[in-house]
Design a protein around this ligand. Structure first.
Ligand code: PLP
Length: 363
């Protein structure tokens, strides 16, 4: 099993060292003789864990002190709802930029809650020379009274990433689910950052929200307490029982990230991994990728076989070579290699070697 490289988009692979440590302490955590899953979230040991997790995350992302860090339920989609609930009371309006499946799903959820009249959307993907690219609109030229502008920095399904900061007159809310901590970002440019955990942080179910203090003063809709940022903030993310095991594993991943040299070191490695894979795609007429170079995702590398009738054979042989979960999302087809922080360089090298050998068979 150790020879398997798992390219799943999510829930994604976790660092092997973290999984091994978790396995060792699964039934006896911290010398307590019980699992971290089996203790009160209000015990001093668990509270120490949560404080350590927050401290490490703050260091890793360089989070300014006027931001709250919340550990919430409900994954990425849970936050599609929470963002609307927390900021769009009193008939507030928001602007959504759409560059793929997830930002589009966020719009749908927002419209469902506050109606079409309160949600404006702009499609920011254009096709140029057959390639999809993001063209950010000049937001300063728009007149709209928006509480926030929402976008998704990395479209996990489409393989489209936005590396530029958004220059916005309104507070920026960003979905970083599949790119958080893969590269250095300036938190102070955002009002709210959220991410479902299962791509770059830990197990599914947990989501992390980084929210600037002033945002908590915006009028909210009547909502359930577990979706409410102010309630979460006032209760140290423990209004109700949090997903404790996911929180524990996230804390372990943060420690692992620090030990790797932090986000900047990860970014350098991620650039190297992505460059290797895109080079393989570009240098081989057997494969294509339809995203403009400056928007190619570093986390989710989508590619197609020019002869798509070979897709099944490609996936079969890849699996035999220990390279699993390369099938593209059912909506877009083709292939997708998700190469998050936990994917070692060797995994990408193994994939490239396989892709070159597979193409040679059909020369
Ligand atoms: C996976 C993903 C989501 C949805 O996450 P769930 O936890 O399944 O709700 C939202 N946004 C992005 C960018 C994602 O990659």
């Amino acid at each position: 099993m150790s020879d398997i490289f798992n390219f799943c988009a999510g829930p994604a692979m976790l660092p092997q060292a973290v999984m091994q440590k978790a396995q060792q302490e699964l039934i006896n955590w911290n010398g307590l003789g019980v699992s971290v899953m089996e203790i009160s979230h209000r015990s001093k040991e668990f509270i120490a864990l949560t404080q350590h997790a927050e401290k490490t995350l703050r260091e890793l992302m360089n989070i300014p002190s006027n931001y709250h860090v919340l550990f919430m339920h409900g994954g990425g989609r849970g936050q599609f709802t929470s963002v609307v609930n927390n900021f769009l009371g009193d008939n507030g309006k928001a602007l959504y930029l759409v560059n793929g499946q997830w930002s589009s799903a966020a719009v749908k959820e927002a419209v469902k809650i506050v109606g079409e009249n309160n949600i404006d959307q702009i499609n920011i993907v254009e096709k140029q020379d057959g390639l999809n690219q993001v063209v950010l609109p000049d937001l300063h030229k728009l007149d709209g009274d928006y509480r926030y502008v929402h976008y998704c920095a990395n479209e996990t399904v489409d393989g489209i990433e936005i590396f530029d900061d958004l220059d916005s007159p309104w507070p920026v809310v960003v979905d970083l689910s599949s790119t958080i901590m893969s590269r250095d970002i300036d938190v102070s440019k955002y009002a709210v950052i959220y991410a479902g955990a299962q791509k770059n942080i830990g197990p599914s179910g947990l989501s992390i929200v980084i929210v600037r203090d002033d945002m908590l003063k915006l009028p909210s809709l009547t909502q359930s307490s577990i979706m409410d940022y102010s309630v979460a903030q006032a209760n140290d993310s423990m209004f109700n029982t949090p997903p404790t095991f996911a929180w524990y594993l996230a804390a372990e991943v943060f420690d692992w990230l620090s030990a790797q040299g932090g986000v900047k070191a990860m970014e350098a490695l991620n650039k190297q991994k992505a460059a290797l894979l895109y080079q393989c795609i570009d240098n081989n007429p057997f494969y294509t990728n339809g995203v403009a170079i400056h928007n190619r995702s570093r986390m989710n590398v989508t590619f197609q076989l020019v002869d798509s009738s070979l897709d099944g054979e490609f996936l079969k042989q890849a699996e035999q070579a220990g390279l699993v979960a390369l099938k593209g999302h059912r909506i877009v087809g083709g292939m997708r290699a998700s190469i998050y922080n936990a994917m070692p360089l060797e995994g990408v090298k193994a994939l490239v070697t396989f892709m070159e050998a597979f193409a040679r068979q059909y020369k």
